[in-house]
Ligand binder design. Sequence first.
Ligand SMILES: [Zn+2]
Length: 385
Amino acid sequence: MSILAWIEEQRKLKLLKNPKPAATSTETGQGLWTRCDNCGVILYIKHLKENQRVCFGCGYHLQMNSNERIHSLVDQGTWRPLDELLSPCDPLEFRDQKNYTERLKEAQERTGLQDAIQTGTGLLDDIPVALGVMDFHFMGGSMGSVVGEKITRLIEYATQNGLPLILVCASGGARMQEGIFSLMQMAKISAALQVHQNEANLVYISVLTSPTTGGVTASFAMLGDFIFAEPKALIGFAGRRVIEQTLQEKLPDDFQTAEYLLHHGLIDLIVPRSFLKQALAETLTLAKGAPFQEIGKIPYGVEFPMNLIDQENWNRFIQTPTSYDDFVQNFEALLKTQENIQSGESTQILKNVKDNAETTTGSNPILWYSEYKDGNTNDVTFLNR
Ligand SMILES: [Zn+2]
């Protein structure tokens, strides 16, 4: 059973336990009333929205859509969306009961979104932030290639512009209709986050709302420098039933709730919705003065424009050259095998390489070689961006 089906079943079970008053059935149809998923109290939607979709009866946090969330977090009139027109396609021509394209079209018409996330920039209590908000109402907030790409672009934008990043997660996990294309987003986003957090030293706060499950939990949701969650939010990887059946034991009632995870050290803070903006603003203010933050193009990793075979050859030929003569000997031998260059030419090439490269890449001969390769071949660059 999928996580989504499980959530739906839990909701139905709760409704059965708290029978619905007969009078409200017609109003629900008109979209004026709704009922609390937790205590079953009937709520007037207009008032509920004003209360940020927090139940008046029990304080339970009902699901918010992405527009409401952005409205509640971003200062009025400062929201600037990014990549609004990025739309999903159907690479696998996936079909279950319905075609994937039909499901997409239906979800797009119902929500007015292209996919299950909105990204952009705005001011949060006058602090510029890059914000991504997932929308559970679009196919269960599932992460397909568009969601992954939008998040990655947002992170890269934030890195370039030195912005702190906030991602509000609400997702059933990776989108099964896109198969491996959705799974690879996990690695892609994590790689972009690595640069944002550890090379540019910028802050990333992930806000987990109910439900955050599957591939989202297994990637960016748990990578925040600070991980906030809403009270009683369902946060997990596999569904409760799957785990129970695998382990053959009963799990505690509060298993996979925010409170349970806080107790076990997986998240940092549980913040009620009414305080969320303030908590984010205060955390960002605190992080603003952090040292070593970098803005702009961030170099990262080891940038060798070599393929792996070249690298291996290079490692064997050159045992950490310490002097120029040392380098010449090894490099000449390497050039002869690698580049089909005759010995007469190689001396001149070496001189050119050294003259050109030393000024741009410093005194490390290994970098000279990479500079030379960079300028002379069209090799696939492996570790290069
Ligand atoms: Zn309630």
